[in-house]
Ligand binder design. Structure first.
Ligand code: SF4
Length: 479
């Protein structure tokens, strides 16, 4: 989500006449887009700001902007602690980036943190804003902001507000625009993507007959405007709709919540060719006691049921997850439950985290039940061993198979090799005698596999890249 916001901020600055640079020394504007989900986000921010202090002292005209969810949370505390920051803006202020910088040039330091409630849809989902996308053939698509859940460890509801879905018709139009621009892979983004549309359905149901036809179509999509006006649209409908936009070859999404993974979503994944056979399903813990303390809304058995359903419906499915070790109160027995679920699922990969408190969350208050750090580290090692075993097995199982690969470019480690990602989102390297443009789809036979990547041989190119290549513009100074 923050990367997507960063692309929008960069897009606005480029439209305002700026040119990206890799070096803080050359910059006129430095943006620190923070994420307080990360551990020690505040230490990292103030560390980075400390490093910029002398630069700002030497060149006072340089502007420093702090955005993102830490800014949303800490507001004016940031400028109290780092007086050399010119602009502090929240997660809902992205569309105001250049105005706030201009204001700070005239008036001095500015702090503006808007709440979702005061914004209209165009400001909440700044689709119309220019984007400086990192890659021309892939794009994030924010389908929802905020979260209605209250997981005890998570700060997101406090900094991103309640769930608000972007209207269905607008999303389909956005994806059509991206496809026309040459984008072939999209990743639908939200804090809890599979509850997408709940708020839209309520809106439609509560005032169905008051909507003009065109407005109904914008919110619910064309398909339901004239016929069945049931509680639509749902995430499954969105997957099918954006997945059938011409030119969109791959659809990914992140992150779903296990409790909201409905059979309709699994069916939509199975029946929509462009939706990748990859499910990222955050487990967090395999202990029912810990899951209840986290307020996750499912048990280990329910999680396993969803995995079985998905595997039965979707051929050759990769499953990845997030797991927290050492949540307050986690006993050895609880942890063994996590190991058992991880072993039973046989995840393709897992992001593993040792629990660390986020100030402002319920779990951060459970100080008396904090798990000893050394115990948590030891459990993490045991979990990693289980996960690495299944990851390696999953990668080795690809040997001899042919995978579709989206080429990302020349390998950083070996210029003789190209690098790409399979539909399972696995990294693969393969030699190629001819130049292949990033954004090209190819068939590659897997010849070897290790824990973190696979090797292969190019079989054939299936879809050439369609996007236009950006030619870097050199800044022209006086001759
Ligand atoms: S569902 Fe995800 S974003 Fe929402 S509170 Fe739980 S962990 Fe945080």
């Amino acid at each position: 989500m923050n990367e997507n916001d960063s692309e929008r901020i960069a897009g606005l600055l480029v439209e305002d006449g700026m040119v990206p640079t890799d070096s803080a020394e050359d910059a006129d504007v430095i943006v620190l887009n923070t994420c307080c989900i990360r551990e020690n986000a505040d230490n990292k921010l103030y560390g980075a700001l400390g490093n910029l202090k002398s630069l700002k002292a030497d060149r006072p005209e340089v502007q420093i902007l702090v955005g993102g969810c830490l800014a949303q949370k800490d507001k004016d505390l940031i400028q109290q602690r780092a007086g050399h920051v010119d602009v502090v803006m929240g997660t809902f202020n992205v569309h105001r980036t250049t105005e706030l910088l201009a204001q700070a040039r005239v008036e001095g330091p500015v702090m503006e943190v808007l709440e979702a409630a005061v914004l209209d849809e165009n400001e909440l989902f700044p689709t119309g804003l220019p984007t400086d996308r990192a890659v021309d053939y892939q794009s994030w698509v924010t389908i929802q902001v905020g979260c209605d859940n209250s997981c005890a460890f998570c700060i997101v509801p406090a900094v991103r507000g309640p769930e608000i879905s972007k209207p269905f018709g607008d999303l389909v139009a956005e994806v059509e625009g991206l496809a026309a621009d040459g984008v072939s892979e999209i990743t639908l983004l939200g804090q809890n993507v599979n509850s997408y549309g709940r708020d839209l359905a309520l809106r439609l149901r509560s005032a169905d007959h008051h909507f003009e036809e065109r407005e109904f179509e914008r919110i619910a999509g064309a398909e339901w405007t004239h016929g069945d006006r049931r509680a639509r649209p749902l995430f499954a409908d969105l997957l099918r709709a954006v997945g059938s936009v011409e030119g969109i070859h791959r659809v990914r999404y992140t992150s779903p919540h296990p409790k909201d993974l409905r059979p309709e979503i699994i069916a939509a994944m199975a029946e929509t060719d462009s939706v990748c056979e990859h499910l990222h399903l955050p487990l967090q813990s395999g202990s029912d006691t810990v899951l209840a303390a986290m307020h996750r809304g499912y048990t280990a058995e329910r999680f396993l049921d969803k995995v079985r359903l998905a595997r039965a419906a979707i051929d050759d499915l990769a499953i990845t997850s997030d797991i927290i070790v050492g949540f307050p109160g986690e006993t050895e027995q609880d942890f063994l439950g996590t190991l058992e679920v991880a072993a039973e699922v046989g995840f393709d990969a897992v992001y593993t985290f040792i629990y660390s408190p986020r100030p402002g969350t319920e779990a951060a208050e459970m100080v008396e039940s904090f798990v000893d750090h050394a115990v948590a580290v030891e459990r993490m090692e045991r979990l990693r061993a289980v996960v690495e075993r299944s990851s390696l097995r999953a990668n080795q199982a690809r040997i001899g198979r042919t995978d579709e690969v989206l080429v990302e470019g020349v390998s950083k480690r070996n210029p003789e090799m190209l690098t790409g990602r399979t539909r399972h989102n696995k990294l693969i390297h393969f030699p190629s005698s001819s130049k292949i443009r990033p954004g090209t789809y190819a068939k590659v036979e897997v010849t070897d596999a290790s824990l973190n990547h696979m090797l292969g041989e190019l079989i054939e190119i299936t879809h050439p890249a369609r996007h236009r290549t950006k030619i870097p513009v050199l800044a022209a100074g006086p001759q």
